[in-house]
Design a protein around this ligand. Sequence first.
Ligand SMILES: [Zn+2]
Length: 217
Amino acid sequence: MTDAEASSCPLCGSTLHAHFHSDRRRDYRRCQTCHLVFVPPPYHLTAAREKAEYDLHHNDPHDPGYRAFLGRLCEPLTACLTSNSRGLDFGCGPGPALALMLRQAGHDVSVYDPFYAADERVFADRYHFITATEVVEHLARPGAELERLWRCLLPGGWLGVMTKLVRDREAFANWHYKNDPTHIGFYSRQTFTWLARQWQTDMRFIGDDVMLVQKPH
Ligand SMILES: [Zn+2]
């Protein structure tokens, strides 16, 4: 058995997963339980190389194009919130643009990022909402990380996720999104539906790449 075959699904822990795709750099496997497509750990970048990749992508919080991109999550999320809600932007990156937009909408927002804002005390608090935009595809342990975020939500609180979704094997083969060496987990609608079922709630799909889920009261 190879290392790739021996690893368990990083989202649900299942050992039932099969080869999904290979390109010139990596193998990709798909979990039969939660349908996550994941890159096995032997292909993951070191933390130093991962950060070097992120340092190349400075998004300007004031760039209108980038704000419109984040608006796809920000607008439907803020429509669910009451004024002066308290939130956490998980994986904010070097320029916390979404936190800025949510603060401008009247909310109190903390930020966390393992490379740029690594203050773990944020996880001791409870929030009305948590956002993770273009984050979950980078997580080596998405199951544990998403469970931690879910625990940090108040009853009735909202989790908003933005990530591009896997459609099928053919589309995956030609997908630029998989070529980013920091992208190691690829989710589909089935994956988010599985996750919502675990949490005993419903997943709302908004457009092509935004998911909103409310923690039961
Ligand atoms: Zn799985």
